[in-house]
Design a protein around this ligand. Structure first.
Ligand code: ZN
Ligand code: ZN
Length: 438
């Protein structure tokens, strides 16, 4: 759904930034390439799911090596059948990766257990924690005996073989060797042989780091040093995947080539709603429509406009143009005005009973209000001529009120219109992706 050549041209910095952040940059370049493909795959899934992507990163945080890894793997993502995979990865697996069901409780075909000799041999990720027995007992809801004379069983460390009836120790084993208790207390400087013991600390050794799913970064680095390339590494850690370009993905992806008709309201001698200081509805609707077309284009969608410049078109001319091509939806854009200054917000109208348009409208309205802060006045049904006659699902947007001071100032701001166009585009993407996935 992302236009093939544009995935990296739009998101190169972001992908490189994620690589910089998520893998040690002194790792082998093939390992860094793996990470770049993983980050691109993760990002691609997010975009496909209609998630909002914050594509502004501080370039100073990006290492040249990360850029190189992105450039060397341009547009490559990891696929299983016709879908990008969920590209799990971790720091070090400790000797073998995990089957997905052991971690996520569901079987994912490309997340199968594979051994990782490199991690088996590696001590770097062996960590140690010291835990008091009291703490351990508390954690597991176990009550330690209060009487410290009673032996708490740690046979392999200390084992009492024989006691007399006054609880003095007569025969003692320390680490499996018999020892005279008197020698024992002399060595440890204890007062008498009436003593007990309990373990107070236990050391847990954990091998590996991370959930063990998918690619093991340490293993990837070691394999790369042994002349494996990214393709071999990714195919080792992910089962039955294939690595393909975004172009190849797009050729199968249903959003590519989807046609949308955008109708910028008014034009020519019909300025629509105006303000006293010269802000005109017809200019705002055209500006927003052009920006929206550019946004949709990034995702492979084709948007045709009823007008490209400041010209007058009758409703019938607009409808006629919408029928010149096979459009999926029509979006007519307008700006509202009220005699009450306080009224504000955006709203959408669909034709009576057009549930498709109503659902699309809801998703777009949500996206608009979430991204721009414009009040969501909802999606209403209406008997609009253009919506009735276009014969496809259509939405008629009133994207704000020129009579409201703050909306007027927003609508005269080009950056705001850009943000608005992105939010509408995002809503459209989300709607189609939801539809496709269900
Ligand atoms: Zn490993
Ligand atoms: Zn209007």
């Amino acid at each position: 759904m992302i236009k093939s050549e544009s995935m990296d041209s739009i998101y190169k910095d972001l992908i490189a930034y994620m690589v910089s952040r998520n893998i040690p940059l002194d790792y082998h370049e093939e390992a860094l390439k793996c990470q770049a493909i993983i980050e691109r795959t993760i990002l691609f899934r997010k975009i496909k799911d209609g998630e909002h992507i914050y594509n502004n990163v501080d370039k100073e945080d990006i290492h040249p090596k990360a850029y190189k890894a992105v450039e060397d793997t341009q547009n490559l993502i990891i696929m299983i059948k016709d879908n990008p995979i969920i590209a799990h990865y971790h720091i070090s697996c400790g000797g073998s990766t995990q089957n997905s069901e052991s971690v996520l409780n569901r079987k994912i075909d490309y997340l199968r257990k594979v051994t990782c000799e490199e991690c088996k041999r590696c001590e770097t990720f062996t960590t140690q924690i010291n835990l008091h027995i009291e703490e351990l007992a508390q954690k597991f809801g176990y009550s330690l005996p209060l009487d410290k004379i009673t032996v708490f069983n740690i046979d392999k460390v200390l084992k009492v073989i024989k006691k007399d009836d006054s609880d003095r120790i007569e025969v003692l084993e320390v680490f499996g060797n018999s020892i005279d208790p008197v020698d024992f207390i002399n060595i440890l400087n204890l007062d008498c042989t009436r003593f007990g013991f309990r373990p107070s600390q236990i050391t847990l050794y954990i091998k590996g780091s991370g959930n063990g799913l998918g690619l093991c970064q340490y293993g990837a680095n070691e394999k790369a040093k042994n002349n494996w390339n990214f393709d071999q590494i990714l195919n080792y850690y992910y089962t039955n995947i294939n690595i393909c370009t975004v172009e190849e993905f797009n050729s199968k992806f249903p959003l590519k080539g989807k046609k949308i008709f955008i109708d910028p309201g008014h034009g020519g001698h019909d300025s629509g709603n105006c303000t006293e200081d010269g802000l005109r509805e017809k200019d705002i609707t055209l500006n927003l429509s052009i920006k929206l077309r550019n946004e949709l284009k990034k995702y492979g969608m084709i948007a045709n406009l009823s007008r490209e410049n400041d010209e007058y078109l009758s409703l019938d001319e607009r409808i006629k143009k919408s029928k010149e091509d096979k459009h999926e939806i029509l979006i007519s854009i307008h700006v509202n005005k009220s005699k009450f200054e306080s009224i504000n917000g955006a709203e959408a109208f669909c034709y009576w009973g057009d549930t498709n348009a109503e659902n699309l409208g809801k998703v777009i309205m949500d996206s608009i209000s979430k991204t721009t802060g414009i009040k969501n006045r909802g999606v209403k049904e209406g008997n609009f001529y253009i919506l009735r006659e276009c014969r496809i699902s259509g939405l008629y947007f009133e994207i704000g009120y020129l009579s409201n001071e703050s909306e007027k100032s927003n609508l005269s701001n080009d950056e705001f219109i850009q943000k608005l166009s992105e939010s509408i585009c995002e809503g459209i993407l989300k709607y189609y992706c939801n539809k496709m996935l269900t």
